[in-house]
Design a binder for this molecule. Structure first.
Ligand SMILES: *Cc1c(COP(=O)(O)O)cnc(C)c1O
Length: 360
């Protein structure tokens, strides 16, 4: 008879890792896909490119979460709590990543999942995730902000649980990314750059940094630097945008639900919220993939573009650290990824033909 092999490796997600900082109890069922624990990748090319020799820049690469975006941190909490509260179904409005994440975590515990998405503006990778994880997907002839209003109304009138970031458990889960950064660096960085769409994430990071400092885990707090796309920059403009437009579909939001949270993060941290153009976003998107080997989606690149823009204005002090959250994987948006002028060349299967082709 053979003895059973013991597996020593126990992988844990953010709830088990940070439960003392989260609203969970012994009664909370933990629905996890081992989210979190994402790498903090040291940028090599970016500091050189923007002339910051004495500044260390790190990418917090959230595209390596189970469904390819930071949304998983909030969703493990929101779905676990929905199950604890005996909910049978969840619903969200989504520019794509929230629905992918909600669908995955719901499928893991047998909850029904309904997602409402704006017509035609969802990156293909995100859409196929919602379908393959088995969600009921409804596309509306409208934008994200309209979808969210409808989800609020439906979840108010039914027993379906809303899992957008106005669900406070989402913010609770997402704040753990700030904990991980402090755990990795030994203290908070001087600056934290992040894209801003519905503004839940900037709110969550600021909450996380503050709570960790209160718990004695860090001595300092970062300046929070949020970036919106120029065509959908309600917070920068100080008023909602009726028809938001940008190639960065994950931040194509005209009336952010956590507007106040974003302003608090900006003002209390002494940071800023600025806008970057689609051109700047595209340049940053290509730069980090082509020069750093890090493939993130366009919305994530907005934060990189923001850091590039501020560096030109000599914003950053010497000897400091900047963390940039790369919110989602570049694989999410294959159509955008293939929208450039790369030519696929087909040649004869011979040594000479291939040699000639690669030497061009
Ligand atoms: C959701 C999302 C954002 C925006 O985050 P908010 O919390 O809505 O501000 C940015 N990038 C990606 C990839 C996202 O999925």
């Amino acid at each position: 008879m053979t003895t059973a092999r013991k597996f020593a490796v126990k992988k844990i997600g953010i709830i088990e890792r940070y439960q003392e900082y989260l609203p969970v109890t012994e009664q909370t069922p933990i629905i996890s896909l081992n989210e979190g624990n994402t790498p903090l990748i040291l940028a090599e090319g970016l500091p050189r490119e923007i002339g910051l020799k004495n500044v260390r820049i790190y990418y917090k690469f959230e595209g390596l979460n189970p469904t390819g975006s930071f949304k998983d941190r909030g969703m493990t909490m929101a779905i676990s709590k929905a199950l604890e509260e005996k909910s049978k179904a969840v619903m969200c409005a989504s520019t794509g990543n929230t629905s992918a994440s909600a669908a995955a975590y719901a499928s893991r515990c047998g909850l029904k999942c309904f997602v409402l998405i704006p017509e035609g503006k969802i990156a293909k990778g995100k859409l196929i995730q919602a379908y393959r994880y088995g969600a009921k997907v409804v596309m509306i002839k409208g934008n994200f902000d309209q979808a969210l209003e409808l989800v609020k109304e439906i979840t108010k009138k039914t027993k379906i649980t809303l899992v957008n970031s106005i669900n406070p458990y989402r913010i609770e889960g997402q704040k753990t990314a700030a904990f991980e950064i402090v755990d990795d660096l030994g203290d908070a960085p001087e600056y934290h750059a992040i894209p801003v769409g519905n503004a839940g994430n900037i709110t969550a990071y600021w909450k996380g940094y503050q709570e960790y400092k209160k718990a004695g885990k860090s001595e300092t707090l970062p300046q929070m630097l949020g970036f919106q796309a120029e065509g959908s920059a309600p917070i920068v403009n100080g008023k909602p945008v009726a028809k938001p437009e940008t190639i960065a579909t994950a931040i194509r939001i005209g009336n952010p639900a956590s507007w106040k949270g974003a302003l608090a993060a900006r003002d209390e941290s002494g940071g800023l919220i600025d806008a970057v153009s689609d051109k700047e976003i595209t340049q940053a998107y290509r730069f980090i993939a082509e020069q750093e080997g890090v493939f993130a989606e366009p919305a994530s690149a907005a934060a990189v573009a923001g850091v590039m823009k501020l560096a030109k204005k000599k914003y950053f002090k010497e000897g400091t650290r900047i963390v940039i959250t790369l919110t989602g994987s570049g694989l999410k948006d294959p159509d955008f990824a293939l929208s450039f002028d790369d030519k696929i060349e087909t040649v004869e299967p011979t040594f000479d033909a291939v040699s000639e082709s690669i030497m061009k």
